[in-house]
Design a protein around this ligand. Sequence first.
Ligand SMILES: [Zn+2]
Length: 312
Amino acid sequence: MILASGVHQDLAHRSSWQPLREILAAADRTKTAVGHFNASELIALKGIAAAALELNVPVIVGASEKERAFAGVRQLAALVQSIRKEHDVPIFLNADHTYSLRSALEAARAGFDAIGFDASALPFEDNVRETKRAVEALKEINPAILVEGEIGNIGTGSRIHQCEPQEARVLTSVVEASQFVKATGVDLLAPAVGNMHGLTPEMVTGHKEKRLDIKRIAAIKSATGAYMTLHGGSATNEADFIAAIRAGITVIHINTELRVALRRGLVAGLAQEEGDVTPYVILQPAVEAVREVVRTRLQLFQSVATSAEATA
Ligand SMILES: [Zn+2]
């Protein structure tokens, strides 16, 4: 009886927010997008969580293999779960750009809500085979876990590139996207639609923006029906973001903008008072800088429903 009562209470407690799958369904319906922001330490995580809590919207924290190696897979999972539990909010964790099945399984076992399995560097048929294998193995560990697959090439590295990588020009074809989703059983598809990882120096200064292939996004959505993730969203034209969400993008990744903000915040924090060694004083401007970027992006991604309704 005690156990049954405890289980019931736990379910009741968890019912105040929806699972990630339902949150994606709601975003798809309302033509909004869920923001995905990367963290490999506590500064970014605090900034992301604070902005999502302030706006009272769902958020996905992402961590790539290298980011997870720095933070610790289990440690990151425990931190995100502790925020979720303490504030009773829909904050989720995604294993971003996971190249090996071994590290995908490790993240799933640690309690990650979603896995971005990235075999996009392989030839198409091999990518299909490896992604399908990952989907099956991950769902065996946790049937509720969401798995994302990736096709096309949008370059690598959430950092400042001296010029745009030429491979970022190879866009995902509608036919391949459709075959890929059917054959692999992925929950989310990450296509190459004009997006690109990282920024160029002109993008950091705001002199250049990324532009998206909206028609291609709409065609892939119509052919696959899958939820779609836009990687490399930093410095994308705002009107393109809105059009992309209306055309079928459901999750948007922002990483390099956060890294730029975090670095600027660190520089400002260190310059505050000569010789100060108090970590929580020095690091606070970096938390605030990340929070500001996340707040601005979440507001934009949520604002789409209003503008879509207004023109409907
Ligand atoms: Zn990415």
